[in-house]
Design a protein around this ligand. Structure first.
Ligand code: BDR
Ligand code: CA
Length: 310
């Protein structure tokens, strides 16, 4: 099993990411920490505890930072609703978070581990930047960072900036410049990781509680896409599970090693990931940039993982 630590901001697509991570049976999930992003820290943390309760998994959960390193918090309630997970009913959590804050909690796990661990962030990168800047001596214990964020040719907050990077660009810059190998599943691939009404029906038809909740979440989530992203022709971009699926089966994706920097002070481009896709700068690549996938296989992985959960 691949040892991982997940840092997320659930979030509808974060919820499906957790179902894939735990249901696939391919990962040894050492901990889950939460970032403020889709909703406030209080809500994303509560949502993580509810989701883990739903899927019958108990791992250490760490509370992350309340807000970005240097900026005010922005949330995506226009996609994820008032609770951050609007739609279906979720169980009351049966356990609580650890008392240690996220960066410190993750540092302890890395320190104690005999093998390097992969970190999977699917929200703003505040916690991971704090980890890297406070405990730089632990970098060698991080095997890779497989994240959802950024994009080569498009944004969803501004024409060039994607939400997770835009929310805390200074944190993203620290992560991208850390020297730790990075896999970036940005909007280029996640806008091809589409889920349609028939896929939602398939998850619902599995008949277990995880499938019912997954379908309810996706019903709510896909409404935003149907109304605001008509370019996707009825599909909803299921972003976050890509960061997990790439670790399971990189062959089902297309990617390229590129040199990537994060823009923190552009007039029009703050929060953009500047990807040297054609290698015009001749710099050493620091990121495996993922830009396409086999959608059918992606949906199959999700369905199989959901079926393996309660
Ligand atoms: C990212 O932003 C969030 O709303 C989603 O959960 C995903 O991580 C997509 O831009
Ligand atoms: Ca997310």
């Amino acid at each position: 099993k691949i040892p991982i630590i997940i840092d997320c901001d659930p979030g509808h697509d974060d919820a499906l990411m957790l179902m894939l991570a735990f249901g696939s049976g391919r990962f040894d999930v050492k901990a889950v920490s939460t970032s403020a992003g889709n909703q406030t820290q209080d809500k994303t943390l509560g949502n993580a505890l509810k989701l883990l309760t739903l899927i019958g998994q108990r791992v250490p959960v760490f509370r992350g930072a309340e807000k970005p390193l240097h900026r005010e918090l922005i949330i995506a309630d226009y996609v994820h609703g008032e609770t951050g997970l609007d739609g279906p009913e979720l169980p009351v959590p049966t356990f609580e978070q650890e008392s240690t804050p996220a960066a410190e909690g993750i540092a302890h796990i890395l320190e104690a581990s005999s093998e390097p661990i992969t970190i999977v962030p699917t929200g703003p990168l505040t916690n991971i930047a704090l980890l890297l800047s406070t405990y730089p001596h632990l970098k060698h214990k991080i095997k890779r960072i497989s994240l959802m964020g950024g994009g080569i040719f498009r944004g969803n907050m501004t024409p060039l900036a994607e939400f997770n990077i835009y929310a805390d660009p200074e944190a993203a810059a620290i992560v991208f410049e850390s020297g730790v190998p990075i896999t970036m599943c940005g909007l280029d691939v996640t806008h091809k990781a589409l889920v349609y009404a028939e896929d939602i029906a398939r998850f619902r038809a599995i008949g277990n509680q995880t499938g019912t909740v997954a379908a309810g979440l996706l019903d709510f989530f896909s409404k935003f896409y149907r109304e605001n992203r008509t370019e996707l022709h009825g599909g909803a971009a299921l972003h976050d599970p890509c960061a997990i699926a790439w670790l399971m089966d990189p062959e089902m994706f297309q990617s390229k090693s590129c040199y990537v920097r994060v823009e923190t002070q552009g007039a029009y481009t703050t929060g953009a990931t500047v990807v040297d896709f054609y290698r015009v700068l001749a710099q050493k690549p620091n990121v495996e940039v993922v830009y396409d996938l086999n959608r059918e296989r992606y949906i199959d992985l999700l369905a199989t993982s959901i079926a393996a959960l309660p």
